[in-house]
Write a protein that binds this ligand. Structure first.
Ligand SMILES: [Zn+2]
Length: 319
């Protein structure tokens, strides 16, 4: 039952991490030192022109749009700013950023550009200035819908933005150590954190929240079970999905969630594919969607109205 699809949205980032060898000026730690030196001197260095930064405001990446023709909708691009331009921007506004606010994203295989992200939600004065330069902060979900999914370069950029948002939101939600309650500090160019308490020093790693998402199938009648939530727009139906509980396998989570939400019993469960999902609720911005086909063993639907507005069998034609 496997299907070969190209990468899903938010997967397939073209960035990889450069060697951590301290001699490599484009490594995460050497790169961060360059940023810190550039910020403290307010001047450019040999490498800083190779650094590009993506700014985020309340989970939204900076973007710009261009009109290709009067007949077609505008094309969105991520608003990458070179470190040199960012420093000039900071000078003109008096905003001071710390090097530790930058998180390393990686480099492309074919150039020596190093990509970084930073959350500037607290720096209110930057927003009007960026707007005057034709930039604005746009919801990632809006960019996802506005992107041409056949455009591999645009999809790669979307994956980078998704990675950046997940990492920055993880920083926002892991400010304190879960073991001793002290503040955590970023290390390894923002790719890890560590507790600031000398007697604890617990290292904290970025996490993802796995979510199962399943297309429940009635094989005999060639139908699929789709559900609707009250927040959905009219005529929108979706696969069932849910979180995995401790002590549960993925297959068990698929069966339990389907049973709890719709009263349908599931037999065979087959893996389909997975994708990062950095556009979930702000309390859970770094999900990994793990997709399955699930074969129904019973057909009578009994909707849990606390979870869903409705659930119905849909024919192949209807879908
Ligand atoms: Zn601690």
């Amino acid at each position: 039952m496997s299907i070969n699809l190209p990468s899903h949205v938010f997967a397939g980032s073209p960035l990889t991490s450069k060697s951590s060898n301290p001699g490599n000026p484009f490594s995460p730690t050497a790169g961060l030192e360059t940023i810190k030196a550039s910020l403290s001197d307010n001047k450019q260095s040999a490498c800083s022109s190779n650094f590009k930064v993506l700014l985020f405001n309340c989970g939204r990446p900076l973007a710009s749009s261009i009109s290709v023709s009067v007949d077609s909708p505008p094309v969105w691009n991520l608003g990458w700013i070179s470190l040199d331009d960012l420093i000039r921007l900071l000078e003109s506004t008096g905003v001071q950023l710390s090097g530790d606010q930058f998180v390393y994203l990686g480099s492309r295989a074919d150039d020596n550009v190093v990509y970084w992200a930073i959350d500037v939600s607290a720096e209110r004065s930057l927003v009007p200035l960026l707007r005057s330069k034709q930039f604005c902060f746009v919801e990632l979900r809006t960019l996802m819908v506005a992107t041409d999914w056949a455009d591999l370069q645009a999809m790669g950029n979307l994956a980078i933005a998704g990675h950046a948002r997940a990492l920055l939101e993880w920083h926002n939600l892991s400010r304190f150590c879960g073991h001793c309650g002290e503040k955590t500090l970023p290390i390894d160019a923002g790719r890890r954190k560590q507790c600031s308490n000398e007697s604890c020093k617990k290292k904290i790693y970025p996490r993802v929240d796995p979510v199962v998402i399943m297309l429940v199938i009635d094989r005999e009648n060639d139908r699929a079970l789709l559900s609707k939530q009250s927040r959905f727009i009219p005529r929108m139906w979706s696969c069932l999905a849910g979180f995995i509980e401790p002590g549960e396998s993925l297959e068990e989570a698929v069966r339990r969630e389907t049973w709890e939400e719709t009263g349908i019993e599931v037999g065979e469960v087959a893996y389909h594919s997975s994708q990062p999902w950095p556009v979930g609720p702000s309390s859970m911005p770094y999900q990994l969607m793990i997709g399955f086909f699930a074969c129904a063993k019973s057909l009578e639907i009994n909707v849990d109205k606390k979870e869903l507005e409705d659930a119905k069998w849909h024919s192949r034609e209807n879908v």
